[in-house]
Design a binder for this molecule. Structure first.
Ligand SMILES: [Zn+2]
Length: 458
């Protein structure tokens, strides 16, 4: 039996090595460095009811293997062991969390204290000043699971939809784990932050009085999964490296399509809604898709002009399911780019994280002569310039219209923070270069695949 097993493993290994994996990209550089960029894209697309989902854990990682010498191989191997250990710890932590078990030792006193503080924070989950970074530390990196589970409960969704809480928890653990914790920005904490913001918008009077439990359910799932399995690089990077996802989605909303399909894959795998009719499940999957696809920033002009037209005509009627759905798309778009509307302390941290991710992509592009994408060059860009451009061309126009739709204290608070944060970045910009108040021209020069040209606030 042992020999058969070894033979089977050997065959599998040889097949794996010799198979041309989808999305594999190799570069040979002139300095004899065997550079191997591999998008670990062992995706097995399943087809069911005419709809394709992405296999859980398809993980479009950008994995760099550089083999210079034996010593580097050793470093690479030991780094891999550390990663293996870390993922094992992550597995342990999440499976214990999933089973509701805490380690029976004296450090529990500390855990209990943290749990108590996390519970305390959840009492103010609808507060715009909610500190998601602190909440993530208090929950030992489980902010997305804890927060979303709490919101399902708070909105009465568990009861209304007769949800199995074990399945719900399992689903949320899978969602959280399919975010890449090594991404500085596009990780589970960002997803938790967007979900918290979405909750704040759902509570706004205009929405709360007309939303159905179905709307709330879809909104929270879409918010929690909207960047699922994000590889930490943008669409142009995937296109220029011929990533299989770019081919699969024909270079259009590549990431958003992947997030959506990944979310659907997890929904089906968890069986969370297995008790619902097939028709309702299919409707849910497609509506979650509409919400997630709306977060494609390159489509912002289209959504914004539609929003403006409705507001100008004053014809939005939230009794109409289509109109409600459109407003939820706008709400999710706001939640996704609301970082500049948070307090300076929170907003600044997000700015640093997103820039780190951009610059990391730029470093890769430089190293492998891929052409550095706009906003990704650490030599020529600064956080302040990027943020001022982002606020001017994307955030201000969107939140300006949102405040027209929902002119509440929250909207005014968000616009207030936005103005203050922009002024703070302008102060930083002046200190750094002693010059003016220019927004980053990259936002104006970008082609529509990256970010659209946004009309200025009129
Ligand atoms: Zn996002």
């Amino acid at each position: 039996m042992g020999i058969v097993l070894i033979w089977c493993l050997a065959v599998i290994l040889i097949r794996w090595i010799t198979s041309k994996r989808r999305g594999a990209i190799s570069y040979d550089s002139s300095d004899q460095t065997a550079l191997y960029i591999r998008m670990l894209g062992d995706v097995r697309v399943r087809s069911r009811a005419g709809f394709e989902t992405e296999r859980r854990g398809s993980h479009p990682y950008i994995d760099f293997r550089i083999f210079h010498s034996n010593s580097e191989i050793e470093v690479s191997v030991s780094a891999r062991n550390v990663r293996r250990l870390l993922s094992f710890q992550r597995y342990l932590r999440s499976s214990r969390f999933f089973r509701g078990i805490t380690a029976p030792n004296s450090s529990n006193i500390l855990d209990d204290d943290y749990n108590g503080q996390a519970k305390c924070m959840l009492e103010k989950v609808g507060n715009w000043n909610f500190d998601i970074f602190l909440f993530d530390r208090l929950t030992n990196g489980n902010s997305l699971v804890s927060l979303t589970f709490h919101l399902f409960n708070l909105h009465g969704l568990i009861e209304h939809f007769q949800l199995d809480t074990m399945k719900l928890r399992r689903f949320l653990v899978m969602v959280q784990e399919d975010y890449h914790s090594q991404n500085p920005y596009h990780n589970a904490v960002h997803a938790a932050d967007v979900t918290q913001a979405m909750h704040c918008y759902l509570k706004e009077p205009k929405l709360s009085k007309s939303l159905t439990p179905w709307d709330v359910l879809l909104s929270l799932i879409a918010a929690a999964t909207h960047d699922l399995d994000h590889p930490g690089v943008n669409q142009p990077f995937l296109i220029k490296t011929n990533h299989y996802l770019a081919t699969l989605y024909k270079n259009t909303s590549v990431l958003e399509n992947h997030h959506w399909r990944s979310a659907v894959g997890l929904l089906r795998e968890s069986g969370l809604f297995a008790h619902m009719s097939l028709e309702n499940r299919q409707l849910m999957e497609s509506q979650i898709g509409d919400l997630i696809l709306a977060t494609d920033i390159s489509q912002q002009n289209e959504y914004l002009s539609m929003f403006r037209s409705h507001l100008d005509r004053g014809d939005l009627c939230l009794e109409n399911a289509n109109h409600r759905h459109f407003i939820l798309q706008m709400a999710l778009k706001c939640a996704d780019i609301c970082n500049p509307c948070r307090t300076w302390e929170l907003s600044k941290q997000w700015s640093e994280k997103v820039t780190e991710e951009f610059f990391h992509q730029g470093d890769i592009e430089k190293k492998y002569h891929l052409g550095v994408s706009p906003l990704c060059d650490r030599q020529t860009e600064t956080i302040a310039n990027i943020q001022i451009g982002f606020m001017t061309y994307l955030v201000e126009p969107l939140f300006g219209e949102w405040a027209r739709f929902s002119n509440t204290r929250l909207s005014q608070t968000m616009l207030g923070h936005l103005g203050l944060n922009k002024a703070s970045w302008k102060g930083v910009q002046r200190e750094q270069c002693g010059s003016g108040d220019d927004a980053d021209p990259a936002f104006e020069e970008m082609d529509s695949d990256i970010l659209p040209q946004e009309p200025r606030l009129s």
